[in-house]
Design a protein around this ligand. Structure first.
Ligand code: ADP
Length: 461
């Protein structure tokens, strides 16, 4: 739109000049005719008056299209609009979250918005692009755009200090107002690291899930084959194999249940729960369900539960406590003690630093941490076992899907490696925290803390 306006101005000037030139030339010719006696004085005056009238008419008809009387003013206003538009474009560029650069002749950076300055670590908008972006493909694309060529987006990766993947869009830009101006290149960088990471995670997840299911399936197929073959008439072997087959089927069932649970949790992770859950009642239910495993391993339970409510979804919080207590039993030796402690009305610091501890040699790690306000109160569940413990180097990977610590004995019910990933997702959805403390040989303490509903808070201490 601004281009049309800009091109109107010379058009008016040309028409005005043409009209005046034609009228002046015609009048001159008539005067010459009069001087050489070819025309009488009156005829000359009438002819000049006619030319003047026709010129004025022509001039006025042009003016109805673009009225120069108003035109001057309008054009001034239009120039003002253009200044405004340029200003607006600049403000937009400055506030754009994507890095955008305008590259001039020779690869000089003319404009770099704040996002671009931060992305490329530019102190000031000066210098050449090649000095801050050492990516030959991008520099080649910019050179091509500076020659007016259209170029396809270019992707590049940086491996250090952190792995990142960037897509660079390069477009040639010409000045519409001044076609003689050289080409410029607009460079827009988009950080696609999280997209790439998500893609890779999805691919890894599918590969892991299929691998986890393939192993028990292959073993089932093998046993069926044996039962049809040489074990057909051996009742002892048949019973033994059927028991193993049953375990494998159960394992597949657990895996599928955990996968479904993980996908359900992930689906509503961005919607925080708004109900309240009685954690004391949840712990009681979990202990009831796990009673057979507890007595099977002669585990001594030490319960210290004070009544406390949390903001949360009861079923999901039951899953959290169930996974943690089940792990405590699974990874503890027979006859050991599992301690479950529930305490409420804790400030953020108290919630994060467990009252229970395994001593100064223990390693601690926060697996999920909420954003919180100073006055927030939390309720914490801590589960301590006297099991094998986990080495420091393994702690950061605990909440990864399918991660299992090598050489960890879990008894007959082999784990899926999904339990702690589910716990982490549920706790993140609840805007809560999740920490682990462990010392090989001494055991582990897994803790989760959740915000308390305002109505059930005591006065802060
Ligand atoms: P799994 O189904 O294998 O138990 P989890 O995600 O619950 O999966 O746990 C991941 C891994 O963390 C386990 O395989 C185990 O190696 C380790 N782990 C979890 N809880 C404990 C614990 N209480 N003591 C020792 N190691 C544990």
């Amino acid at each position: 739109m601004s281009n049309k306006r800009a091109s109107d101005a010379p058009l008016i000037r040309i028409r005005r000049r043409d009209t005046a030139a034609v009228a002046a030339l015609g009048s001159l010719v008539l005067v010459l005719f009069w001087l050489f006696g070819e025309l009488g004085f009156l005829e000359t005056v009438v002819a000049i008056a006619t030319i003047a009238a026709l010129s004025t008419f022509y001039y006025l008809t042009v003016s109805t299209t673009i009225n120069p009387a108003v035109g001057n003013q309008a054009l001034r206003a239009r120039d003002g609009d253009e200044v405004d538009e340029a200003q607006r474009a600049k403000v937009m560029l400055e506030n754009l979250p994507n890095p955008v650069l305008l590259i001039g002749a020779g690869g000089r950076i003319e404009i770099a918005n704040p996002a671009a300055r931060e992305f490329l670590g530019l102190e000031a908008v000066t210098g050449h692009l090649s000095a801050v972006l050492r990516q030959p493909q991008v520099l080649e694309a910019v050179s091509a755009a500076l020659r007016g060529q259209t170029v396809a987006p270019v992707e590049y990766s940086i491996m250090a200090p952190v792995e990142s993947h960037v897509r660079a869009h390069v477009a040639p830009l010409a000045s519409h107002r001044d076609p003689s101006m050289p080409w410029r290149a607009m460079l827009v960088l988009s950080d696609e690291t999280s997209i790439k990471r998500a893609d890779r995670m999805r691919a890894d997840f599918l590969a892991n899930a299929s691998h986890e299911l393939r192993t028990p399936l292959a073993s089932l197929a093998g046993f069926i084959e044996t039962l049809r073959g040489h074990a057909k008439d051996d009742p002892d072997a048949r019973d033994r194999f059927l028991a193993i087959m049953f375990d494998q089927t159960e394992r597949m069932q657990r895996l599928i249940n955990d996968l479904l649970s993980l996908s359900r949790v992930e689906m509503d992770e961005h919607v925080p729960p708004n109900g309240t859950a009685d954690l004391g009642a949840i712990i009681d239910d979990v202990v009831d369900v796990l009673r057979p495993q507890i007595s099977e391993k002669s585990i001594k339970l030490d319960l210290q539960v004070e009544p406390a409510l949390a903001i949360g979804d009861r079923d999901q919080l039951l899953e959290v406590v169930m996974n943690l207590v089940e792990n405590a039993i699974k990874y503890s030796g027979a006859g050991s003690t599992v301690e479950i402690r529930l305490s409420g009305h804790l400030g953020r610091d108290q919630a994060e630093r467990p009252g229970l501890t395994l001593g100064p040699e223990a390693s601690r790690l926060t697996l999920a941490a909420p954003a919180s306000e100073p006055g927030d109160r939390f309720v914490a569940v801590r589960i301590r076992d006297g099991g094998q413990g986990i080495e420091r180097r393994n702690l950061p990977r605990l909440s990864e899907r399918f991660y299992r610590v090598d050489g960890q004995k879990s008894g007959p019910r082999e784990g899926t490696g999904l339990g702690l990933a589910i716990v982490k997702h549920i706790i993140t959805r609840h805007r809560g925290g999740f920490t682990v403390e462990s010392r090989p040989g001494a055991g582990s303490i897994f803790s989760v803390f959740l915000p308390m509903p305002e109505s059930s808070r005591k006065n802060p201490d």
